[in-house]
Each structure stands twice: as C-alpha cells, then as structure tokens.
Design a binder for this molecule. Structure first.
Ligand code: C2O
Length: 528
C-alpha cells in the first residue's frame, strides 16, 4: 500500500459512501505509475479526448489544505463584464498555462493535466484507472468548487497575480443566454488561448429558455433541500436539479446548439474532454455561484448537508506549488472560506428575488431520507427502455395514500415534501440524455417545457465518453428526484389517478430519432 500518499494528519481518507469507488488512490495511482508513461490524448476533429487520465504520481507526501489568511480576496465577475485589461489578464494566464504544458509536459499544473483532472474524476477515461465518480450526486458541487479553486490559484501564480479570478458565464442572467464570444471566442483561432475549435455555437445562437430561462431557473433555485438542489447521498443516490438541468444542457449546447444529447460531441459535450475548453471553467464558476446564491437566498432552509460523511469527504488536487493536496468539503462550505467571492451581475435586467414558493413555505426539515414508496408507478423485473415517443406510467392512489401525499400544514407540523423518484436510469457511457418529466399531463409532447403546469423537471445528462471511442464502456446508472409537493395535490382529480409522463426531447423541442435510456422504477414517496 502506498501509505505515503495518505493524508498525514487526522483527516480521514475519502469514504466509500454512495459512490462507486473504482480503485481510488491506492490501487489506481499505483497502477497509474505504469499507465502514466503512456498517457496520451486522442485527437478527433480537433477535440482532445483523453484515453488515460491518471494524474502524475505525487513526488512526496500529500499535504492537507490550509486556507490562506490575509491575502487578497479574488472577485469573480461575469464574463460579460470584464474590462479590457481583465480580458488580457485572463488570456495571459491561459497562455501561461498552455505554455507550461509545452515546456514541461508532465507538470501537473500545465494545461493538459488541468484538463485531465476532470476526466479522471468523471469515469471518462478509457484506461480503467479512473478516480471516484463525482458526477450524479452530492459530490458534484464541492468537487467542482475545489477544482476551480486550485485551477484559479495555479493561473494566478503563473502570472504572479494574487488577485487573479476566474470569470463566470452567467447564462441565467436575462439577455446572457449566449456564448461569451467577446472573451472566449475572439479571435476565433488557436492563437487565442481561450479559443477551442470544437465549439458549435455561433454569435446568434441562444440557449433555449427551457434550460436557462426564468422558469427553468426558478425550478432549480426553489429546490428546498440540498438533495434536490445539489444531489443526494449514499442512501438516495441522485442527481440534483442544477446538475441535471441547466448544467448538462449548457455543456451540450456549447458544441451543438440543437442540444442533441444522443450525439454528444467533444470537447464540452462529453465529460471526459469538457475541461479542454477554457469556457468549462467559466461555466462551472456559474454553477458554483448558483450554489452560493441558493445557500444565501435562505440560510435556514437552503443548507448544505450536515452529514459527517459528506462533510469529511475530501479530494486530492495539485496546488500551485505543486503539492498533492487534500481538501475536504467542510473546508469549502462557502466561497469566503476559500478567499473568493462573486460580484453580482451588474445588469438591471437581472432576475428578481427568488420566487416566493420557497420563501413562503413553512419550515421543512432538512433530512435527506425518503419514506417507503407511497405510490408505485412502475417497478419492472427488467429495465424499461424509453422510446422517442412520450411514455406514461400511471396508477390510482389509494385513499390513505392521497391523504398522506396531499396533507397540508397543521399547527406545529409542516406538510410532507412529496418526491417523485425515477430510479435505475441507465444510459450508455457515450450517450447523454434529455428527458422532460410531467405530472398528470399524459398529452405532453416534445414541445412542452417548463411553462407547462404539469412540468416537474428535466433529466439532462452529459455523456461521459466520446461516441465511437475504443475501450471499456460501462453504462452510467443514475436516480432522479423531483419535488412535486403542491403540484400533486393541485393536479389530482376525484378519480385519484396519477400519471407520470417521460418525454424525450432535443434542445429544439423536436422529438429525438432514437433514445438510449432505460429505467427500472418510478414511485412517489415523502421526504422524512
Ligand atoms: Cu464535471 Cu460540468 O462537469
């Protein structure tokens, strides 16, 4: 065992809860010592799809992250609001990062290895030596927060500027539902360190409102628990509304404005290659900002998990020194703990305060666990395949079930949070998925979206690997939870019939030609 790679102090090793731990660290890195020698990228249509993503072997002991004190606070601004000198600074930083890879290809701080970091943690590598999967559940937000933090430190150190900050691409600000060409796309050639030749968007393309419009964003920001917003845990593995909604859609849109999840294209459209486009970091800075915004919108209810498994989980990154560094979730609960913050978008057209539904809701407990299913809509022996046509599962709720699921607040007791759960969603590793979910709207079509009263959410999953790649492919299995409190009560007729309709869609609202997705169970439960 490679004990020298373990954290030296009392911080626990990463726990195994709730994620498939593929030979994390010990096995993976040891084998990686051999594999690293042949680490290479596979170039396809100008895209860089890694075949092996194992990080360079740490030269010495890992160190525990210690927050810096007294240094400048890095202020992250909208990519649409950078001044000319700030754009130049950003370009200089990425030029230095790319140059480092040219000068020292094995330096973990260089551009190539920075891009590889994401691949290693997304099971996107084809070498079987991946790290833990940090997508699809409650590691998603903290892992990406730490990744951006170290990436930003490295960029700042390379240009000797401790105030250097990553910009954020605020696609959720009205009017900014477009690619930030002025910063990341001009000039559109590889002489520009922020340019990536694999993008498919043009200056006139707009991200469909169904993904990032006001209604879609309210759906995300009104999530009442961290599980619904940011993903859930060992007991209840599942993707949060932010990851499974706008996050995934913007990834795919960047390479393909029709947002065809069935035909994922590197770089941004495939997780294994996504971080080889510099705009990835601006996209994720926005994800991170929205997490912070959600926390601050309602400090009593919008809290991060308090479960020690989550708090003590940590991740390894190379820092700017470069030291192989262990940082845990409890060290990054808020941007302030890492000496950066977000400047609010300086536009009068910005979205107003978060809608009332969350604010007005009576206090709900923050527990993560679901009750036993109250209503089973589908539970098959074999996974059920989705077709391009909308598919409805339905049943009649027994009277006690109706009572339980539609109870309103009584003195001293909050009404139950009602969750629609779709489990065992299986997607091939080289395919993504875009499926809209509706409640009691069996006539929903691919054109129906967030403005439909029966809309409860979207499954927007980015492919892990490039299509047609070689090597091992394992399907990705995920679970999804949607908060249907209130919506269920409002849509139930006297017949007590409840119907859930899954509508595969493409970004343009057309129905896809083919769908590569199956699911094993659909039910309704309450959060306890
Ligand atoms: Cu790690 Cu946007 O994905």
């Amino acid at each position: 065992m490679n004990d020298h790679r373990r954290p030296q102090n009392d911080r626990p090793l990463p726990r195994q809860s709730g994620i498939r731990r593929r030979n994390f660290l010990a096995g993976s890195l040891a084998a990686g010592a051999v594999a690293f020698a042949r680490t290479q990228a596979w170039a396809q249509n100008g895209a860089t799809v890694p075949q092996a993503c194992v990080p360079p072997i740490p030269p010495g002991q890992p160190v525990s992250f210690t927050p810096s004190t007294g240094g400048p606070v890095r202020v992250r601004k909208s990519a649409f609001e950078l001044s000319a000198p700030e754009i130049t600074r950003l370009k200089n930083a990425y030029a230095a990062l790319r140059d480092l890879t040219k000068q020292k290809p094995d330096d973990p701080r260089g551009w190539f290895h920075q891009g590889q970091v994401h691949c290693w943690y997304c099971s996107g590598a084809l070498d079987g030596l991946w790290g833990q999967e940090i997508h699809g559940g409650w590691w998603f937000l903290p892992w990406h927060r730490a990744y951006l933090f170290f990436h930003e430190q490295i960029l700042g150190a390379l240009i000797g500027d401790p105030t250097f900050a990553l910009p954020y691409w605020d696609w959720d600000t009205p009017g900014r539902d477009r690619f930030p060409f002025d910063v990341y796309g001009q000039p559109g050639d590889t002489g520009n360190p922020l340019f990536d030749p694999t993008r498919g968007v043009g200056p006139n393309d707009r991200i469909p409102a169904r993904f990032v419009g006001t209604t879609a964003m309210k759906n995300v920001l009104n999530s009442r628990t961290f599980a619904d917003f940011g993903g859930s845990s060992d007991q209840e593995i599942g993707m949060g509304n932010l990851e499974g909604g706008p996050h995934g859609a913007v990834h795919v849109w960047t390479t393909d404005p029709t947002v065809d999840f069935n035909n994922p294209k590197p770089d941004m459209g495939v997780l294994a290659s996504a971080a080889f486009d510099p705009v990835f970091f601006a996209h994720h800075a926005n994800i991170d900002r929205i997490w912070d915004k959600w926390n601050k919108a309602d400090p009593t209810q919008h809290t991060n998990p308090t479960n020690s498994v989550w708090l003590q989980q940590g991740f390894f990154f190379y820092d700017q020194s470069p030291n192989w560094t262990y940082i845990s979730n409890d060290q990054m609960l808020a941007p302030e703990l890492l000496s950066y913050n977000y400047q609010t978008p300086q536009t009068s057209a910005g979205p107003g305060p978060i809608a009332s539904a969350a604010a007005a809701a009576p206090a709900v407990r923050l527990a993560q666990r679901l009750s036993a299913p109250v209503v089973e809509l589908h539970q098959g022996a074999a996974p059920k395949a989705l077709t391009p046509e909308p598919m409805t599962v339905q049943t009649t709720i027994p009277p006690q079930g109706r009572e339980k699921l539609t109870a309103s607040a009584t003195a001293g007791a909050a009404p139950p949070t009602v969750i629609l759960r779709i489990e065992g969603v299986e997607i091939p590793a080289d395919r993504g998925a875009l499926v809209n979910v509706f409640l009691n709207r069996p006539d929903a079509t691919a054109a129906s979206g967030p403005d439909d009263p029966g809309y409860v959410g979207t499954i927007a999953v980015v492919a892990s690997q490039a299509p047609g790649g070689v090597g091992h492919k394992h399907p990705v299995i995920r679970n999804f939870s949607f908060d249907i409190t209130g919506k269920l009560a409002a849509s139930l007729g006297s017949d007590n019939n409840v119907a859930v309709t899954l509508v595969p869609a493409t970004g343009t609202g057309k129905k896809p030609a083919a769908v590569n997705l199956s699911y094993s169970r659909v039910y309704i439960a309450t959060r306890q």
